[in-house]
Design a protein around this ligand. Structure first.
Ligand code: 5GP
Length: 233
């Protein structure tokens, strides 16, 4: 579910992937606040309803499903995906002017979208997995939000497990993923800043980090099934 990039400019795509509760949205906003003239958030379109506290055009462009489908038909998206029964996508219009102006564009998208951005913008994409310190911490953070039913919570955890396993598979296959542990927010932001001092895609995930994620994957596997459409009881 992707389209050709065809967007010129010296800008860079910084793609943050990670489970809800890992803190990628907070990290994205901190990165932009540090350099607002040179960085921008990629505001996705979504068909999901707006949540309390969200703003149209800031967090997402909220559109009806048929309007989203019309945008697909008009080839407006660089990438789009179905996540938890809703449609999400990045339009060319959302990012083109930033990339053409040489900005770093920060994406908060799922793993399928990340792969599509990396394919659309080879040589100028950083893939960053934002990881909680442990599976147990992730479960605790999501429970503490208290805003979702048990069923939804299980689905998010199933998706988290599937994404974690996919990142590991891709890293093992040589895809340039890096991982940032969000235990301490300042340190996590500093880790992404350090990454942005090197050319895009220059980093690989160290063996020790891969081993840590594998351990987290084992805890996830003991807790939930991988299929996000079929949550474990
Ligand atoms: P939420 O509904 O919690 O805001 O987001 C659900 C998931 O959709 C998250 O993993 C988020 O990163 C992902 N997502 C948000 N925007 C996009 C997008 O434009 N494309 C893709 N592929 N995923 C997105």
């Amino acid at each position: 579910m992707d389209g050709e990039g065809q967007i010129s400019g010296a800008g860079r795509c910084v793609v943050l992937v990670g489970p809800a509760g890992a803190g990628k949205t907070t990290i994205a906003h901190r990165l932009i606040a540090a350099q607002p003239a040179d960085r921008a958030f990629s505001v996705s379109h979504t068909s999901r309803p707006m949540r309390a506290g969200e703003r149209d055009g800031v967090d997402y462009w909220f559109v009806a499903r048929d309007a989203f489908e019309a945008l697909i038909a008009a080839d407006a998206f660089v990438e789009w995906a179905r996540v938890h029964d809703n449609l999400y996508g990045t339009t060319r219009a959302a990012i083109a002017h930033h990339l053409q102006a040489g900005r770093q564009v920060i994406f908060d998208i799922d793993i399928e979208g990340a792969g599509n951005i990396a394919r659309a913008f080879p040589d100028r994409t950083d893939l960053v997995f934002v990881s909680p310190p442990s599976w147990q911490v992730l479960v605790r953070r999501l429970r503490a939000r208290g805003s979702e039913s048990d069923d939804r919570l299980r689905r998010r955890l199933c998706t988290a497990r599937a994404e974690l396993e996919a990142v590991l598979r891709q890293a093992d296959a040589g895809v340039a993923w890096t991982a940032v542990v969000n235990d301490d927010l300042d340190r996590a932001v500093a880790d992404v800043e350090a990454l942005l001092c090197s050319p895009p895609g220059a980093h690989r995930m160290p063996d020790a980090e891969r081993a840590r994620l594998r351990g987290m994957g084992a805890d996830a596997a003991a807790d939930v099934r991988a299929d996000s459409t079929d949550p474990a009881a």
